[in-house]
Design a protein around this ligand. Structure first.
Ligand SMILES: Cc1cc2nc3c(=O)[nH]c(=O)nc-3n(C[C@H](O)[C@H](O)[C@H](O)COP(=O)(O)OP(=O)(O)OC[C@H]3O[C@@H](n4cnc5c(N)ncnc54)[C@H](O)[C@@H]3O)c2cc1C
Length: 299
């Protein structure tokens, strides 16, 4: 069977694309490694219109249920290759699927610190997700590396469990949204260490301490690394799509890439990394894919 559209990604961008694709009565398939995407790991989402004060997991479950109510076909698989020879072929470990157009909404992967001890102590005190692991650190002293809004939110969540939370940031001031900053500054459990980088993570079996480039050694039981992501753009690149210097897939305002029939949206592209933006662009990508398919049929 040839699908009209294959959407790769099950985050806000992919699910919004699926909702629009099915409303346009396209034969749509959504392929995702992990449903819910990055937002499902967000401790608290307060800026998605219509759904104030929800956990990312609950919000994504709502969006997933919405998409499923339109009977979108979903495969929990990883796309490992895409080729184009007239139609597109998307390969997974199990199957090969064919479509007239592709919407790529693969998001980005967490960035690593790349310091000694990080790999060895991953899952042994070193984590990339406070939502997933925060509850394991009740009464502990933990650190968060990073100064973004996401990092500040991770620190706020961790402060609900931990005795003390240090935010370790390389610049003079954290760059979280003003509302998040206020909460961080007002939280007596959180202390910010500016102008510092973690250069080594120490521990025999479990994390014991970290070395900073200021010369300080900090005793920590948990270290949460929240320093952004690397766009999952390799599938697009192999297909000949143009990437920018940050390895994001270059799109125009209609979410078209330079490869006809390949559309991209959300965090894998150079747009603002926010769920509502990913959902908005996901809907544009689906609409553009619909117009592309109509133009093929008119030929
Ligand atoms: C801790 C944290 C807190 C955040 N808080 C907020 C917030 O409060 N408000 C807000 O608006 N945004 C927030 N964000 C950002 C938001 O999560 C992202 O902007 C949004 O999820 C991007 O959506 P997306 O659909 O582009 O990608 P993602 O949500 O990253 O989804 C990518 C999808 O693609 C799938 N995928 C990737 N590669 C493949 C492949 N090869 N084959 C199959 N599937 C694949 C993944 O499994 C996933 O389903 C937060 C992020 C984090 C990490």
């Amino acid at each position: 069977m040839v699908y009209d559209i294959i959407i790769i990604g099950g985050g806000p961008g992919g699910l919004a694309a699926a909702i629009y694709a099915t409303r346009y009565e396209m034969k749509a398939l959504l392929i995702a490694k992990a449903m819910g995407g990055e937002l499902a790991t967000a401790p608290m989402v307060d800026n998605y219109p219509g759904f104030p004060g929800m956990t990312g997991y609950d919000l994504m479950k709502k969006i997933e249920d919405h998409a499923k109510s339109f009977k979108v076909e979903i495969k929990a698989e990883e796309a490992i290759g895409i080729t184009k020879n007239g139609a597109f072929k998307v390969k997974t470990a199990k199957e090969e699927y064919e479509a007239k157009a592709i919407v790529l909404v693969t998001g980005s992967e967490r960035r690593k610190l790349k310091v000694p001890g990080e790999e060895e102590l991953m899952g042994k005190g070193v984590s990339y997700c406070a939502t997933c692991d925060g509850a394991l650190f009740k009464g502990a002293v933990v650190g968060v590396v990073g100064g973004s809004d996401s990092a500040a939110k991770e620190a706020l969540l961790l402060a609900e469990y931990a005795k003390k939370v240090y935010i370790i940031y390389r610049k003079p001031e954290i760059r979280a949204e003003p509302a998040t900053k206020k909460l961080v500054y007002a939280n007596p459990k959180i202390e910010i260490i500016n102008n510092a980088n973690v250069v080594k993570i120490n521990g025999e079996k479990m994390l014991e301490s970290v070395d900073l480039d200021t010369g300080k050694n900090m005793k920590l039981e948990g270290l949460f690394i929240e320093i952004g992501g690397i766009p999952a753009s390799d599938l697009a690149e192999k297909l000949g799509a143009k990437l920018n210097e940050k390895l994001e897939v270059v799109i125009n305002e209609d979410c078209e890439t330079n490869v006809p029939g390949l559309f991209a949206a959300g965090d894998v592209t150079p747009v603002w990394k926010q769920a509502i933006v990913a959902a908005g662009y996901g809907s544009i990508a689906a609409y553009s894919a619909y117009n592309y398919i109509k133009s093929l049929e008119a030929k």
